[in-house]
Design a protein around this ligand. Structure first.
Ligand SMILES: C[C@H](O)[C@H](O)[C@H]1CNC2=NC(N)=NC(=O)C2=N1
Length: 98
């Protein structure tokens, strides 16, 4: 079971993830602005598949061409290494968008 990370560990983990914000130790989040609505849907779908493969799922808020992913590990009640791993995967799928 993934362990909840300290604020310091989260900060270190976010160092390599541009634009991600920590909400204390509860969650990390980032809003991506895609070129249009369909590009946003495409990213959401790709992340959904990756999340299913990882069995680690994001909260998603999507408005036209903007998508916000909020990550936390429900089983641990806050941010774990799984959330940092999913954030890295989302960055990979977003391919520099955002
Ligand atoms: C039963 C299933 O493995 C668990 O509910 C998984 C599914 N996806 C998950 N996603 C997230 N973000 N946190 C979890 O604790 C989690 N647990």
């Amino acid at each position: 079971m993934a362990e909840r990370l300290t604020e310091a560990a989260i900060g270190e983990g976010l160092a390599g993830l541009s634009g991600w914000k920590a909400e204390g130790t509860a969650a990390i989040s980032k809003t991506f602005r895609l070129k249009d609505h369909v590009a946003a849907v495409g990213l959401v779908m790709q992340v959904a598949v990756a999340a299913e493969v990882m069995n680690h799922h994001p909260e998603v808020a999507w408005v036209y061409n903007r998508v916000t992913f909020r990550l936390s590990t429900h089983d641990a009640g806050g941010v774990t290494a799984l959330d940092l791993q999913l954030a890295r995967k989302i960055e990979e799928l977003a391919g520099g968008a955002g």
